[in-house]
Design a protein around this ligand. Structure first.
Ligand SMILES: [Zn+2]
Length: 224
């Protein structure tokens, strides 16, 4: 069956003498692997589109039982030139792709990833934390920041974030193993969850990374 799809190239390995195997993140199927035969030969029409970070339109011969689908044609929709040419943006973008490689079994992160790459391409590296926190939410691990995980009362002042509890405990319920967050830090994390782009302090970043590592897996420690 021939299928035309759109996707973002999130990984690449050179294969044999002249081919490329790529991981592409699609809205329809999540992550898929494709092979561009002869894509490393000079003059191959597949050569330019099949590069990491490209948002591409492509045609595959789709066989369900096949692990790697063969690409017939491909063209670039957006190429995110600034991300590729700036070491700082590249590093941040690579961290986003790393996350999608691990959690992108379905296509539900697609518009989040695409919009975040667009923002990053404009030079905004703070977009990473918005992307990360919203990815956690979609994956089903949204830190609970509004109410105490035990007594369910609204947390209006500071509180203790306990990773194994999945969120905040109030001063009355807290016993141990958490990190105290000031009122304004909690408010900042809430705003981030609502989609605001913010600068975080080191404490907040570490907390979010530890939260992700606990709930999603050790691979989160390779982010940044
Ligand atoms: Zn409580």
């Amino acid at each position: 069956m021939i299928k035309r799809l759109k996707g973002i190239v999130i990984g690449k390995i050179e294969y044999q003498e002249s081919s490329k195997i790529l991981k592409v993140y699609t809205k329809e199927y999540g992550n898929i692997s494709i092979i561009g035969k002869g894509a490393r030969r000079q003059g191959s029409i597949l050569s330019a589109p099949l590069e990491v970070f490209n948002y591409i339109s492509f045609v595959i011969y789709y066989k369900f039982e096949r692990e790697i689908q063969t690409v017939k044609e491909a063209s670039i929709i957006e190429h995110f030139e600034n991300i590729k040419s700036s070491p700082e943006l590249y590093k941040t973008g690579t961290a986003m792709l790393h996350i999608i490689k691990h959690i992108g079994k379905t296509g539900e992160y697609f518009s989040l990833l695409l919009n975040s790459l667009r923002k990053l391409n404009e030079g905004n590296t703070d977009i990473f934390w918005r992307f990360y926190v919203l990815s956690l939410s979609i994956a089903g691990y949204k830190p609970a920041l509004d109410r105490c995980r035990h007594c369910k009362r609204e947390v209006k002042e500071g509180g203790y974030f306990v990773i194994s509890e999945g969120g905040i405990l109030c001063k009355d319920c807290y016993t141990n193993g958490g990190l105290y967050l000031e009122k304004d830090e909690i408010q900042q994390l809430r705003a981030l969850q609502k989609g605001k782009i913010l600068k975080l302090n080191k404490k907040e970043k570490n907390l979010l990374l530890n939260f992700g590592r606990y709930h999603l897996g050790e691979w989160v420690s390779h982010i940044k």
